[in-house]
Design a protein. Sequence first.
Length: 431
Amino acid sequence: MKLPKYDMIRWAKDLFPLPRSLTGDGVRKSFAYLQQMNPEIAIHSFATGETVFDWNIPKEWRIRDAYIEHLASGQRFAEFSKCNLHVMGYSEPVDRILNKDELLDHIYTQKDQPELIPYVTSYYKRRFGFCMAEMEKGSMPDGEYRAVIDSELFDGEMLIGEMLIQGESDQEIMFSSYICHPSMANNELSGPVLASALMRFVKDSFPRPKFSYRFILVPETIGSLAYMSRNLETMKSRVICGFNLSCVGDERSFSHIQSRYGNNLADRALRSALIGRENVKTYSFLERGSDERQYCAPGIDLPVAGFCRSKYGEYPEYHTNADNFDVVTEEGLQGAFDVISEVIRAFEIGLVPHVTIKGEPQLGKRGLYPTISQKGTHSAIRTRMDFLAYADGSNSLFEIAEIIGVPLKYVLEEASLMLEHDLVSFTSETA
């Protein structure tokens, strides 16, 4: 199957400047943009103060401008108009004259990366703050400063995006990513644009899909909790496999963050799809950090695993202004798309193969096996024979790939070929 190409890198670059946070106009504009590619995305609203499990929806935050101005020289620092990471997320408004020592208490830097601007937030405690490079902070002259953050916190709403593609079966494969970070390319935009491409892929490639596909775009942590507070019973009855997509845009590695016990269908799917790829890394649930925390939490226990290229927190540009399009590339995004689209194809082929013939099939008469027997002639069709050996109705395509040690991509090729020759049938029952 030839995979379509989607312009994920352009989508990410278009979205990059928008000042996203848990709430606010940056999120609204981001959803409006994503709906251009997938108009079926529905937007759900949660009001300030609404209880979602053990949490409450915070006030909405609006940010218009911010800067620090040295009164004597007029020199400005930490200008929001130049980089929206210069303001601590959810900073309360301020317009005050401060001496340098007072001001420094409200400036955050990344001392181990002195040339970079860190990403810092304070969602659930009121304060104000600026973020800047340690080197720039060190260049600030003595004297008094005017600190300005033109923001407001008010009773408003938090938004969540959802798209459900209904299949022949009510069993669902779920994809979740977050839409709450400002201008960082990998730790934010790579996830939503990959999810958007996967939405298009399912619609374009499978007009009548066997399975249903649920896509969720949420503010991280509180957004996934809020969504589940309204939908958990449906999700528990329908979702059989899910993936949290985070930091999926670079070319450095492929990462699997396991579920709590590392043995659900999503774990098996990722393990099989990552066989044979370069620099594969597996992290236990003890190293979790994104919304797999919520989907796998006790009492929730959805069959979800995390998927990244370079895992959040593991690459040097993470949570700084260096997380840009030197990190995220077209090739990196495409590599992530290739992995997840293979998983989707496995479901749509039928997931669990059953050989239709008793005993070993006579492949030679079908042109599927060498008709001359000599040492070495059989190794070329080893994957085919091994696939058939384990297509007994008790193993999913993911499990077969793991058992025979062959990348899922090649198992899918064999599965499709055997289906064409009526040598296997498929059920959508999870193994």
